[in-house]
Design a protein around this ligand. Sequence first.
Ligand SMILES: Cc1cc2nc3c(=O)[nH]c(=O)nc-3n(C[C@H](O)[C@H](O)[C@H](O)COP(=O)(O)OP(=O)(O)OC[C@H]3O[C@@H](n4cnc5c(N)ncnc54)[C@H](O)[C@@H]3O)c2cc1C
Length: 482
Amino acid sequence: MASSRIRPKTFDFVVLGAGSAGFNAARVAADLGKTVAIVDGAPVLGGLCILKGCMPSKTLLHAAELLHHAKHSKKFGLRIASARMDMKALHAWKKSVIGDFASYRDKAVNNPKRFTLFRAYARFLDSHTIALDDGTHLRGKHFLIATGSRVSIPAAVPGLANTPHWTSDDVLDLDFIPKSVIVLGGGIVACELAQFLSRIGSKVTQIQRSKNILRDHSPGASEVVQQAFRDEGIDLHTDTKIESVAASAKGVTVRFLSGGKPVLRSAAHLFNALGREPNIESLNLSAAGVKIAPDGRVSTNRWQQTSAPHIYAGGDVCGPHDIVHLAVAQGELAARHAFGVSKTTLRPVADQPLLTVVFTDPALATIGVLESELAAKKIPHLVASYPFDDHGKSILMGQTRGYVKIVAEPKRGRILGVEIVGPQAGELIHCFTGPITLRATVRDLLRAPWYHPTLAEILTYPLEEIADQLPTAARRSTRAKL
Ligand SMILES: Cc1cc2nc3c(=O)[nH]c(=O)nc-3n(C[C@H](O)[C@H](O)[C@H](O)COP(=O)(O)OP(=O)(O)OC[C@H]3O[C@@H](n4cnc5c(N)ncnc54)[C@H](O)[C@@H]3O)c2cc1C
């Protein structure tokens, strides 16, 4: 230990954080033959996605969806007398699923032939040296900051900091059905877990500041999810201002204004789902010359380089979206850029069409640009949509909420964006990930076969509507290819 302080070992690449961004950056750098140090202080390796994010949440949501269908199966002729959630069993299933994923990751990271693993937290001493909390010092020619995010407690919510509350970590680890929960927030995590809690049998009150939940999505799509939440019994309040949060004898009390009128709600538990912030406070980034952007994230250029060009950042620390496939892509890009992979073959992550999925039911998914963005920028476009309540497969499944909407460029019909809110939206959107990336037109997609009766078949209706609006030349040139 003492010798490492005097003459720290130097690595080609030092990765801080073995989550989605960090692990994949390390993997690419090792493939390129570089010496790689991975530093992570978590008691269990795996990162947010595996341990306390995507995988546990989707395990629970899937179970809650099965329960919901079992409870609403009468019209399909099923008689399931007492469908209810056994939380101890679900908790055990979640733990076994997550345990498998985590042990797989642990094995991959614990591979001395590829990586040197340090189980410790790190902070910078200067732009090429880090100190670990076990006293070890390491030097790196290049670094990746991939230390993720943590739950934030907004100061603007009076009383929240002093009131005992759950975070998503706690909700994902429940082994009982809470009697009642107040959910603060209307973002993705808030909505997915509010619906989960409601479906397993908790009385849920959800309080959102802006006019709609899921405010980064179109109001039309948010309203479909909102209506479903209210119909399922969630006491949803939007357009609110929280005046106070306080502990009470029976749990918690929240006072807020809704449409200007005072409202009081009490529950056994409070779930703070108001957002996350980059996990960078203890990294001493100023010693490394790494600048922070006004939104509090690590500032990077399109190659993931920070203001110190040999130090890269990827994942939730820099954003701009907390999405796993982007964290992975940023990590991989950083490693390739750092180790001289030809710039002509590299593509900034920001150049990818943005793909989003909200795993509520109905689900909400988008790719590319939204109609509202094109309209705001006065960019000419064609738009067409089609509702699930007029589509064969969704009708026979009894899942008729929502719609699909496609926007396309008006000369050739190149698809610019798709919004789907409805059954299996998170799967259906993938009908467009390849085509949008390959700059396909609506006519290109109409040349493909679509099996009947499928949910995916609904996508052909707006495609056809847009194709019919295209100038004749564009239609003829496509036909010539057939
Ligand atoms: C409830 C929930 C559900 C989600 N669901 C989805 C989803 O369905 N789809 C999706 O795309 N995204 C989802 N996300 C977001 C997604 O999980 C994150 O965007 C992603 O996991 C971030 O990866 P990362 O590599 O940036 O950070 P992490 O995976 O958080 O990795 C950071 C690592 O850094 C380590 N670390 C921290 N500080 C230090 C330090 N000082 N020194 C060394 N190591 C350190 C930590 O121990 C950790 O292992 C969800 C998030 C939440 C909270």
